[in-house]
Design a protein around this ligand. Sequence first.
Ligand code: ATP
Ligand code: MG
Length: 354
Amino acid sequence: MTKNIAILPGDGIGREVTAEAVKLVQIVAASRGETWNLEEGLIGGAALDQTGSPLPDETLRLCQAADAVLLGAVGGPKWDHLPGDKRPEAGLLGIRKALEVYANLRPIQTWPGLLLASPLKPELVEGVDFIIVRELTGGLYFGQPKARLDGGEAVVDTLHYTRAEIRRVVKMAFELAKGRRGRLTSVDKANVLESSRVWREVVEEVAASYPGVSVEHLLVDNAAMQIITRPKTFDVIVTENMFGDILSDEAAVITGSIGMLPSASLGEAGPGLYEPVHGSAPDIAGQGLANPLATFLSVALMMRHSLHFPEAADAIEQAVHGVIEQGIRTRDLARSGEAFVRTAEVSAMVCEDV
Ligand code: ATP
Ligand code: MG
């Protein structure tokens, strides 16, 4: 069966890493004796420059008709002076909202060969393997009213959720936990926020359908500490939009390798959106130095969650593992003075092993 995959390179190193990922996807398709339809669309600064919009209608249509969307990264200094709704990042918020991808999955794992890259002690982070599930289309980021009041002397943002919005993302987290080590941590601020008290109620209600999954509730401030003090003990963490935004960056840092972290954003139906966690890295863009492995691991998530091709996901993850274990390092992973390989070289090695 043919697959339609929308490729949105975006800006900076987003263009370099998606170019390599396209090769990887084509290799997977060829291994099945198929030719998949990969079509590029404009987003972010590149789209602004060419069309005046960070998310042109044509890109939206392309994505809505696809089985999955692979995105590089958006933004860069060239567009930093623009107002909020005209910035490249508005394209990213727009595509998430349009595809209704309400659950953002961020797998956090450490790699045996890269433990020294972590700011934490190696024994603390060895074997870390958990997933943060962040609610992505509700909460403070979208709730209305959101406004300056009294001539700018007061201001309001609104943390709005329906029970249905909470239930669907919590269910997805339970499903993931069920397929993993069976431990779910729900993070909230139930001692202060009404929205968090309802969040907890919904988690307890959904838990009744998952007797094999153990549930713990952590307050977000406590969770922020425990991600540092006992990262190995987490399996699946589920939380609302802003808490998830903050905790997933904190968790990314403990792995020490932002160039290795993938993400998936999933909805009820329709295409999933897959992207590396890192940004457009203007400091190294255009130099062939970017680490493409976060994007490759995002392709693996795409194979698993949108294309229903788990063997390909496993094969990609194993190939990435293989090059890391062999000591292959892009510049971001190399210690000072250590030799490093370029984007195209590490990409070719993984593609050969898949
Ligand atoms: P954004 O606001 O889009 O998140 P940022 O500048 O905050 O952008 P990144 O673009 O992720 O964050 O870059 C942070 C640092 O990590 C930069 O020094 C960048 O060069 C480096 N970096 C990020 N991703 C990679 C990668 N894939 N390969 C190599 N280095 C990377
Ligand atoms: Mg950033």
